[in-house]
Design a protein around this ligand. Structure first.
Ligand code: SF4
Ligand code: SF4
Length: 365
């Protein structure tokens, strides 16, 4: 039987958010005084929790892992630490995205993690390669999860995982990474090509050159396929819903004229979401663990970590001041300027934090 979540309403200084964990419906009002969209919350609405540090599937996985999971030696997040996070977040956070270096459904306490999240009235969601998905896990997902996303690896195990999840009536999304190898099929899908019948949504994620990812695969703004893909987004012919990660906002702003900006947000890192790794370090975004050692919350609070992210928010706030669309983009990704799909003259390109870090490392060699 499906767990019943209590709807949650959070009142901030000048606006409110409401989330129904049973339907996934989420609303955030504008500022009641200015009518503008809120820039950030006083506590994250969603936390990406990297419960995984060991990947038992790395030998079968067919993609270059952002987390370089196969080379990691640490331990998964303990159940005690996970419970501590939930206790701190209960009544303040609406949902969590479970992840890290490995598939969350292979965590030794997967069942207890889902149960404790639900007990805290926080909806757990996760992304998986699906390699180890089975009937028993799918039943747990159906009972507790908002949605499960299967990463599109174009592999037999992707097909099998989607089939199992759909058989158990789990709300199943596909996370489809957009790079130079996958954009052709993505265009065809938006034009109506049949693709994985029965899924709830395809969420397109912009490829990042981190971990085992490579610069050669990123999409560039002058690639005509980029324009074609994003221009189809507003009037696509997919049978399911489509979505984008907030990292894609520059592509949407520059190439989609039929998008309703009310439903769009730019990078949410450090504004409405954050990442906590298996060793209890907090970051404004999961990719920021490539650049910094993180804010250690093992002996301090999530509130303390959240307050420490001003350096990250400031990068967004000072970007592209003359751009008429900055309210929907804010300069793209603060970590990786190379993935931002924009060549407007108003763009002020600040080297991303990951690019800075890589350069420093090379200089210090
Ligand atoms: S920091 Fe970059 S990768 Fe992270 S959410 Fe923002 S845009 Fe995406
Ligand atoms: S100029 Fe900056 S804010 Fe405007 S669309 Fe380009 S990257 Fe985004």
């Amino acid at each position: 039987m499906r767990h019943e979540y209590k709807p949650i309403t959070l009142v901030y200084k000048n606006y409110l958010t409401r989330f129904n964990g049973n339907t996934g419906r989420f609303v955030r009002t504008a500022d009641i005084y200015t009518g503008e969209e809120a820039f950030s919350a006083s506590f994250p609405e969603l936390i990406d929790i990297g419960i995984m540090e060991t990947c038992v599937c790395s030998k079968r996985c067919k993609v270059g892992c952002y987390q370089n999971a196969a080379s990691r030696k640490g331990s998964n997040m303990s159940l005690a630490n996970y419970k501590r996070l939930m206790d701190e977040c209960s009544g303040r956070v609406m949902q969590v995205a479970l992840g890290g270096a490995g598939d969350p459904d292979t965590h030794e306490n997967f069942k207890e993690i889902l149960e404790y999240s639900a007990k805290s009235n926080i909806v757990p969601n996760f992304t998986t390669s699906g390699i180890c998905m089975n009937d028993e896990k799918a039943e747990l997902c159906k009972e507790y999860c908002g949605a499960v996303a299967v990463s599109e690896h174009f592999a037999d195990y992707t097909d099998k995982a989607v089939e199992i999840l759909l058989k158990h009536k789990v709300k199943t999304n596909i996370h489809y990474v957009l790079n130079i190898d996958t954009i052709d099929l993505a265009i065809d899908i938006l034009k109506g090509k049949e693709y994985r019948p029965g899924i709830n949504a395809i969420v397109f994620l912009l490829y990042k050159p981190v971990g085992l990812g490579s610069l050669d695969k990123i999409l560039k703004v002058d690639n005509p396929k980029v324009k074609e893909f994003f221009s189809l987004a507003g009037n696509h012919k997919c049978k399911c819903k489509i979505g984008f990660d907030s990292c894609s906002c520059s592509g949407l702003v520059n190439f989609s004229d039929k998008i309703d900006y009310t439903f769009m947000d730019f990078c949410e890192g450090g504004r409405f979401s954050m990442y906590i790794s298996s060793d209890m370090k907090a970051y404004p975004c999961s990719f920021a663990n490539q650049t910094e050692s993180g804010f250690d919350i093992s002996s301090s609070s999530i509130d303390d970590a959240w307050r420490s992210f001003d350096y990250f928010r400031n990068r967004l706030q000072r970007s592209c001041l003359d751009c008429k669309n900055r309210q929907n983009c804010m300069g793209g990704c603060p970590l990786l300027s190379s993935i931002t799909l924009c060549n407007r003259k108003e763009r002020t390109i600040e080297r991303g934090l990951i690019e800075n870090e890589t350069e420093n490392r090379l200089c210090n060699k």
